[in-house]
Design a protein around this ligand. Structure first.
Ligand code: P6P
Length: 335
C-alpha cells in the first residue's frame, strides 16, 4: 500500500478545505525544523551540544545548550516564509514578530522548543511542543497580548517526540494523527490516522515526591488510586512518570492513562509547573481530538482565558473517564 507522507496528508487536508495554503506551509516548516532538532538531539555527546548553556530563561530555569539551539532552529525556519506574524517561546521573555524585511503572515506560533530538556543528559526522550493561533486582523506587529487566546482558538497543535523513533503527532482540528520520521528519506510518514485514547485506564502519571505539597482533594484522589483493589476504586493501578511531558503524553495517547501535574504549595504563586499556552493547550487539543479529556482539576483547559503569556496551570489529561473522575473528586471535595 502506498505511503502517505506528511506533505501529501497536508495537501489532502487543504483540498478538503480543512486548512489553507499558509497553514499547510506553517506545519511543513515546523516539521522540517523538528527534523533538524531530531538530528541535533540524536548526536548526543558527539555533537558537543549536551549540558548547560550557562544562561537562564524567563521561567528561571537553567537553559540547556539544546534548548537554545532548538529555539533558534524554530525561529530561523519560520522567519522568512510569509506564513507567520510572530512567534512565542518558553525560552523567550516576550513574543518575537517576524523580521520586517519578510512578508507578514496570518498565524501566531507558540512552542516549547525542547520540552523535558533536563532529560537530555541522561538520554531520555524529549520533544518539541507547538501551538498555532490566528493573528488578529490588521495587527502588523503582534505583541504578547495578541497571543492571549483560549485553547479553543488553536487552528493546529502538535509535538515531535525524539525517542527511539522520531514521531510527529499533529491535529489541525480533525482528529489526531501520528507520523514517523523516515531518516533515509527525511520525510514524515503517516503511521496512524485517528489516534484514540481508551476511555478508561489503570495507569496514572504523577511525580509522587510532591505528595506532601498537594491540596487535600488531590491527596485523597491519589490515595484512592494507591489503595487499589482494597480501596473505593476497587481496581489496581500502575504508575509511570518519565518527567518528560511529551513522552508521558505520547504513552497516554497510545495506550491510555491519566497525566497529572497538580497545583502544589511548593510555590503557591505558581498554579502548577506546566505552562498553559505552549504545553497544556496544545496537549489538551491533541488529547481531546483523540477522544480524551483535559482539565485543570476543575474546568476544561481549552476554555481557560489566558492572562499572561507564560502563565502556569494544573494539568489533568488523558482517558476521559478517569479525568472526569479526578475532576469530580476535586469538585466534590473542594474546601
Ligand atoms: P518534575 C520538564 O521539565 C517538564 O516541564 C515536563 O516535561 C514534565 O512533565 C515536568 O516538567 C516534570 O516535572 O517536577 O517531575 O521534574
Amino acid at each position: 500500500m502506498s505511503r502517505t507522507s506528511l506533505t501529501r496528508f497536508l495537501i489532502e487536508e487543504q483540498h478538503a478545505k480543512r486548512i489553507n495554503a499558509d497553514l499547510r506551509q506553517l506545519v511543513a516548516v515546523v516539521a522540517r525544523a523538528c527534523t533538524s532538532i531530531s538530528i541535533a538531539v540524536s548526536k548526543g555527546a558527539l555533537g558537543g551540544v549536551l549540558g548547560d548553556a550557562g544562561t537562564g530563561n524567563v521561567q528561571g530555569e537553567a537553559q540547556k545548550k539544546l534548548d537554545v539551539i532548538s529555539n533558534e532552529i524554530l525561529l530561523e525556519a519560520n522567519a522568512w516564509g510569509g506564513h507567520l506574524a510572530a512567534c512565542a517561546s518558553e525560552e523567550m521573555d516576550h513574543c518575537q514578530p517576524v523580521p520586517s524585511e519578510y512578508p507578514l503572515g496570518d498565524f501566531l506560533l507558540l512552542f516549547d522548543p525542547l520540552d523535558g530538556s533536563s532529560n537530555i543528559d541522561v538520554n531520555v526522550s524529549v520533544g518539541t511542543i507547538f501551538s498555532v493561533l490566528r493573528s488578529p486582523k490588521g495587527v502588523d506587529k503582534p505583541g504578547d497580548e495578541h497571543f492571549l487566546q483560549p485553547g479553543t482558538q488553536q487552528v493546529a497543535a502538535g509535538y515531535c517526540i525524539y525517542g527511539p523513533s522520531t514521531m510527529l503527532i499533529l491535529t489541525v482540528g480533525h482528529g489526531t494523527h501520528a507520523f514517523t520520521l523516515d531518516r533515509e528519506t527525511g520525510e514524515f510518514v503517516l503511521t496512524q490516522r485517528g489516534m484514540q485514547v481508551p476511555a478508561d485506564t489503570k495507569e496514572f502519571a504523577i511525580n509522587m515526591s510532591n505528595q506532601r505539597h498537594w491540596e487535600a482533594p488531590m491527596q485523597g484522589y491519589v490515595a484512592d488510586l494507591l489503595a487499589g483493589k482494597d480501596g473505593v476504586r476497587a481496581k489496581d493501578f500502575n504508575m509511570r512518570w518519565i518527567a518528560s511531558m511529551v513522552a508521558d503524553v505520547h504513552r497516554i495517547l497510545t495506550r491510555g492513562g491519566i497525566f497529572i501535574y497538580p497545583w502544589d504549595k511548593k510555590d503557591p504563586s505558581k498554579a502548577g509547573k506546566l505552562r498553559l499556552m505552549y504545553e497544556a493547550n496544545p496537549m489538551a487539543l491533541l488529547v481531546e481530538q483523540a477522544g480524551g479529556a483535559a482539565t485543570d482539576g476543575r474546568e476544561r483547559i481549552l476554555d481557560i482565558a489566558p492572562t499572561q503569556l507564560h502563565q502556569r496551570v494544573p494539568v489533568f489529561l488523558g482517558s476521559k473517564n478517569e479525568v472526569a473522575e479526578a475532576t469530580r473528586y476535586h469538585r466534590d471535595h473542594d474546601a
